[in-house]
Design a protein around this ligand. Structure first.
Ligand SMILES: CC(C)(COP(=O)(O)OP(=O)(O)OC[C@H]1O[C@@H](n2cnc3c(N)ncnc32)[C@H](O)[C@@H]1OP(=O)(O)O)[C@@H](O)C(=O)NCCC(=O)NCCS
Length: 328
């Protein structure tokens, strides 16, 4: 049976690091508050001349090199992002041009922090039905450009970066076992960027009303995230007649240490099976899972045959899970 299998991973972050102590000089906050409420210590911030496509391209190059796949062999490039270089064309098209991936269809997905899992889900379906055999799925964000650096409620949470995977059709039992994706648009206002779409176009008023920035009701998002991420993890395991004890590594979306700890506890997962790197990157939205995956993979944390569970939640609201057996 043909399965969609991850054969290469890559990631890239800006060089510039902004610590909680740096933030103390910008807004009324403290390293102690940010660390205890979120687990985040620092985040990477894009510099002048660096865009979402910059990091997406670098992450993609790493993933292609590991997979031993040439860019011109790719059938599709999917970029999950809520901070595209432009409203259009798609950032995926810029990445296609940068890589010279001449035959790939390239498009973006807007599913916020769940975007990478939405992309993996699409890649899985395209490969299973034979429509494609080599797909690059990237999560990439430059959130620092839509963060209000005067709002202490949100500015300490987010960071920039990208992660990428090459997904290929392979015979056998390894690879993606299942994907589950969900949305509930009735909650769209809990986490959004109100300006710069066509409801609130880029006008002086939009700027003055600070609508160009991320707006979030953190408490509500927190509660909904824990519940939805637990449910969709069970959905993945039940679909495959597996249990929590079968999981070798759980890679959740890296938004808040307390959210991750709460899910781990509800699932009954051992702490050493939960991958966490948000203390160094903050919440990088669509980039967070592939960034963590690449780090875990390159550090030797993942072994052939391991069962991996990815679990995400984000604006939309959107959420999802991907269960896979590692082959590389
Ligand atoms: C944002 C978040 C860290 C806030 O933590 P919290 O424990 O819920 O804190 P609250 O929002 O209840 O705020 C408590 C107080 O801390 C203050 N506060 C907020 N940010 C602060 C900061 N950076 N430094 C110091 N104080 C801060 C608030 O103003 C509030 O003060 P008040 O009681 O005087 O009004 C938390 O809600 C969260 O992580 N939510 C999920 C966000 C998320 O992950 N979103 C992305 C999902 S994909």
């Amino acid at each position: 049976m043909q399965r969609a299998t991850i054969t290469g991973t890559g990631s890239a972050v800006p060089d510039r690091v902004l610590t909680n102590h740096d933030l103390e000089r910008m807004v009324d906050t403290s390293d102690e508050w940010v660390t205890t409420r979120t687990g985040i210590k620092e985040r990477h911030i894009a510099g002048d001349g660096e865009f979402t496509s910059t990091f997406a391209t670098r992450a993609a190059e790493g993933a292609l090199q590991m997979a031993g796949v040439r860019a011109d062999e790719l059938d599709q490039i999917i970029v999950a992002t809520v901070t595209p270089d432009f409203p259009f064309p798609a950032t995926a098209c810029i990445v296609q041009h940068n890589l010279n991936a001449t035959k790939a269809a390239a498009f973006d997905i807007s599913a916020a922090c769940s975007g990478f899992l939405y992309g993996l889900s699409l890649a899985d379906k395209a490969i299973r039905c034979g429509a494609a055999s080599k797909i690059l799925v990237i999560g990439a964000e430059v959130l620092s450009r839509i963060v209000d650096w005067t709002d202490r409620n949100t500015c300490c949470l987010f960071g920039d970066g990208a992660g990428a995977v090459v997904v290929e059709a392979r015979e056998g039992e390894s690879g993606i076992l299942s994907t589950h994706i969900h949305s509930d648009g009735s909650y769209w206002e809990l986490l959004c960027q109100r300006g710069c779409g066509n409801r609130n176009p880029a006008t002086q008023k939009t700027l003055d009303d600070r609508l160009i920035y991320i707006s979030m009701q953190g408490n509500e998002v927190f509660k909904l995230a824990v519940r939805a991420m637990e449910e969709v993890a069970h959905e993945a395991l039940n679909t495959n007649n597996l249990t929590v004890a079968d999981i070798d590594l759980f890679i959740p979306h890296q938004a808040n240490r307390r959210i991750i700890d709460a899910i781990g506890k509800r699932l009954g997962l051992d702490g050493d099976k939960v991958y966490i790197n948000l203390e160094r990157y903050g919440n990088t939205s669509g980039a967070s899972i592939p960034l963590a995956l690449d780090e875990a993979n390159r550090s030797g944390r993942i072994k052939k045959g391991d069962l991996l569970l990815f679990d995400a939640f984000g604006g939309g609201l959107t959420w999802g899970s991907v269960l896979l057996r590692w082959q590389s």
